[in-house]
Design a protein around this ligand. Structure first.
Ligand SMILES: Nc1ncnc2c1ncn2[C@@H]1O[C@H](COP(=O)(O)OP(=O)(O)OP(=O)(O)O)[C@@H](O)[C@H]1O
Ligand SMILES: [Zn+2]
Ligand SMILES: [Zn+2]
Length: 824
């Protein structure tokens, strides 16, 4: 006969114990135990008790007497739903992360150990004591005494093995409520609410019991009779009374005071309503296509490719409105930096209290409260950054991912997931639909849209047929030739001056990304590139060498330009701060603000800058990536891009794509109001196709060219990339271990007759950022086609994860990333 056993992941931060352990289940626990519940299990040689999570319950054919038993159940119901558990296990496989990291991603925020189920009486429900068993009565009387009891406390007091069943029954009858809560230092907030005690009596009857001269008391009664349950604060304000009036009414037994929990909310007060636009024909077509396709079950993945200012957000809003009517829930992902008041206002301004907002700046308490509001179904829309994809809805109907091309959807921490892929998987598991939107789709997404996997919807015009801004390219080599060594070209200078005269706003953009600088000829625009990878070489100061960050090729920097022989070889790099200084000198009477990581680190500073921009208190806004997303200011008519080459010359196969996206997105901030906009792009490579295509607003042509290059050089979407970074304090050791890992990978491949794949394993090489936070980093890069991906992941986990406890690897850590954002 086979028995059931539980597979448990224990909450112990060590890669050695990060695997499912098998535990036997006592008879009296069998019925209650579900996957997704936390349990207490004896662990290790000393059999100390440790918390764990049940990921599976299955038949066992081995000898059960060899197993340890689960000691206790910690939850009365799963804290992770079946589907979220499945999603988490899928992440573990797909991104080669640990069980524990993957589980933490889908669990309530905060510490696994500190989350408790609490049980309390449902004030709203009246019930008949006769239908209640003595044991249930016992529970009710404990709850009546204590108001709220944690599950484990209650268990201690009741001492009944069947307690879970009683709780379940009581909950089904609506007599008690349960909720997950976290022990935090932040205490829950309560607020007093007042209602009439005899609310089924006529108003005259109640009033007749109160002294005629007690006007205030009479007024309070009248108010409550009209308004029903009201918060004390509001009551005092509306009736202009004092607390003592309320107290004496309570004494007389005419009113009831109830304490209610107030959830902390990160949503700012006083957001005004965001009025619904009547959709344009094109928006409407798009909305209906999505709704029809879903209705006819012809697919559930969509890409809205709509130019900047084409009204994508309004489509999202009406899509959500449509969906929540049928009782479903929706998640909207936006890039962290565009979780600005402007975005939040649109969703909250339309749907009000039904929206929860999740972003990384929330306090611990706020985050947990939002999580609970979602879990308990108090909201049906979540707007948030990447991790909001795990919002614990149980009737999910839709995930929208705005600006789907953004880097920030890929996590750089464990589990190193890509929120788009996770969203897709989650939609699959829950039968929900996925809508991606952007003006500049990622190559991967557009490729899939063209292949029919994702339904493509295109909006090629701005709302009200406003023109897309004209893009003027300034060749900075010519500026130099004509003697202008300033960072601003004559054209850009003149345009700013003109704009100031007309009281219009200007945005100046400078991409500061990139750590080491690139090398370029100021005369002809030549950029040093790797022959094997078609990627720009990075200049390393300490060694005075140029290196390829993909294949490891090393060369000395040229003294004179190999193309034109000039000696104007320069390395590049100036930041927004420098620009700010220069612009201030050139336009001393203008109002200038800077928006980058340095100026927005304090809470609220981001919002403040945006507000002054909106109010027209800023003439020139200088910024990094932060100003590229979603901003909608009607007075911005000029956008200047200081150096388009910074992103073009990043040592990354995505550099062309990123440049096209950036120019289009930043440029897209211009001319959104009643005035036409222009963009001035300064560059040393004006003929580069990503700059040319951005100038023409021609995504399709850009895509067609770029996708050929991806194919030729074997990059995504045609190949997947896995990077293994090995790091530690001792450079020699890091290098030794990397070499060992490399040869083990080759060995394993030979063992399974896949030796020919050795040509796809690059390295080991020092990572471009070789020393980071006092660690030396070396990396191996693996390229894989779809067929071999699973096998290669398997090899990598065998070599790096299962053996990471190996003595040889002492003091060395591994970081594995599947399709990383960057390989720096
Ligand atoms: N049907 C409509 N009628 C009138 N105005 C509209 C309509 N739909 C959207 N708008 C307005 O048009 C402007 C641009 O819309 P929105 O910001 O949604 O565009 P978007 O496609 O999301 O742009 P981006 O990708 O640049 O962020 C907004 O000010 C919005 O309020
Ligand atoms: Zn040159
Ligand atoms: Zn190379």
């Amino acid at each position: 006969m086979s028995t059931m056993v539980a597979k448990v992941i224990v909450d112990n931060r060590s890669s050695k114990t990060d695997k499912p352990y098998t535990y036997a289940i006592k008879k009296d626990m069998e019925e209650d135990l579900k996957q997704g519940m936390r349990v207490l299990v004896p662990f290790g040689r000393g059999n100390r008790y440790i918390k764990g999570l049940v990921i599976k319950i299955e038949k066992y054919n081995g000898n059960i007497s060899k197993l340890k038993y689960i000691k206790d159940l910690l939850d009365d119901k799963p804290i992770i739903s079946e589907k979220m558990l499945e999603l988490s296990l899928w992440m573990k496989e797909n991104y080669l992360s640990s069980y524990l990291d993957s589980l933490y991603a889908v669990m309530p925020p905060g510490d696994f150990k500190k989350i408790n189920t609490y049980i309390y009486i449902n004030d709203k429900q009246s019930f008949n004591m006769e239908q209640i068993s003595p044991k249930e009565k016992n529970i009710i009387s404990i709850l009546n005494d204590k108001k709220k009891v944690s599950f484990s406390e209650l268990k201690k007091e009741v001492k009944d093995n069947n307690i879970r069943k009683h709780i379940k029954k009581l909950e089904e009858k609506g007599i008690i409520l349960t909720s997950l809560e976290i022990e935090t230092k932040i205490h829950k907030k309560y607020e007093k609410y007042i209602t009439l005690k005899n609310d089924n009596m006529k108003l005259e009857e109640i009033l007749s019991k109160i002294d005629n001269r007690a006007f205030k008391q009479q007024e309070v009664i009248k108010f409550l009779y009209e308004a029903g349950e009201t918060s004390l604060k509001k009551l005092l304000k509306e009736t202009n009374t004092s607390n003592s009036v309320v107290k004496s009414l309570e004494k007389k037994g005419e009113i009831k005071i109830i304490e209610k929990e107030v959830l902390r909310s990160p949503i700012p007060n006083g957001i005004s309503q965001y009025k619904k636009h009547k959709l344009t024909d094109k928006q409407e077509y798009c909305l209906n296509e999505i709704l029809d396709t879903i209705r006819n079950e012809e697919g559930n993945k969509f890409l809205i490719h709509g130019v900047t200012g084409s009204g994508k957000t309004e489509i999202y809003l009406q899509l959500i409105e449509n969906l929540i009517k049928s009782g479903k829930q929706a998640i909207v992902l936006v890039p962290e930096i565009s979780l600005t008041p402007q975005t939040v206002e649109r969703f909250v301004g339309r749907f009000g209290q039904k929206v929860a907002v999740l972003h990384s700046r929330l306090s611990y308490g706020e985050r947990f409260d939002e999580w609970r509001r979602i879990k308990e179904g108090k909201v049906n829309i979540v707007v948030g950054a990447r991790s909001a994809v795990f919002a614990p809805f149980n009737n999910l109907g839709l995930i929208i991912i705005d600006e789907e091309h953004e880097n920030s959807y890929k996590s750089s921490m464990n589990p190193k997931y890509n929120a788009i892929e996770v969203a897709e998987k989650r939609c699959e598991l829950e039968g929900a639909s996925l809508v991606l939107g952007t003006a500049t789709p990622s190559l991967e997404t557009y490729y899939r849209a063209k292949s029919g996997e994702i339904k493509l919807l295109t909006l090629s015009d701005r709302i009200n047929n406003k023109k897309l801004p004209t893009m003027n390219i300034v060749d900075m080599r010519e500026e130099l030739n004509s003697g202008n060594r300033s960072i601003l070209s004559v054209d850009l200078y003149d345009a700013i001056e003109e704009n100031l005269k007309n009281n219009k706003q200007t945005i100046l953009f400078l991409n500061r990304r990139g750590y080491s600088t690139f090398i370029s000829c100021r005369k002809c625009g030549y950029v040093a590139k790797c022959e094997n990878c078609d990627i720009s070489l990075t200049y390393h100061f300490s060694e005075n060498k140029l290196k390829c960050h993909y294949c490891g090729m090393v060369t000395s920097p040229p003294r004179i330009c190999p193309e034109c022989g000039s000696k104007y070889i320069k390395y590049f790099g100036s930041g927004t701060q420098k620009i700010e200084e220069i612009v201030k000198k050139l336009f001393p009477y203008s109002r200038i603000a800077r928006m980058d990581v340095d100026t927005t680190s304090r809470k609220g500073s981001h919002a403040r800058i945006l507000k002054s921009m909106k109010n027209g208190d800023i003439d020139i806004l200088i910024g990094t990536q932060m100003i590229t997303k979603g901003l909608d200011f009607p007075l911005v008519t000029l956008v200047g891009i200081i150096a388009a080459d910074t992103s073009l010359n990043l040592p990354d196969f995505r550099s062309s794509e990123k440049t096209f996206q950036l120019l289009t997105q930043v440029g897209g901030r211009a001319g959104r109001g009643d005035f036409e906009g222009q963009v001035i792009v300064q560059t040393y490579s004006p003929e580069h196709f990503s700059i040319q295509m951005a100038k023409e607003h021609d995504y399709i042509q850009f895509y067609n060219k770029e996708i050929l290059l991806r194919k030729e050089f074997e990059y995504p979407p045609f190949m997947d990339i896995i990077t293994i970074v090995m790091y530690g304090r001792d450079r020699n050791k890091v290098s030794k271990v990397s070499k060992k890992i490399y040869s083990k990978i080759l060995e394993k491949l030979k063992e399974i007759n896949k030796g020919e794949l050795a040509k796809n394993i690059f390295g080991p090489n020092p990572a471009p950022l070789e020393k980071l936070k006092n660690n030396y980093r070396w990396q191996i890069i693996i390229k894989s086609d779809k067929e071999n991906l699973k096998m290669l992941k398997n090899v990598v986990s065998r070599v790096c994860i299962y053996n990471s406890q190996n003595k040889e690897y002492k003091d060395i850590k591994f970081s594995i990333d599947v399709n990383p954002n960057s390989i720096l």
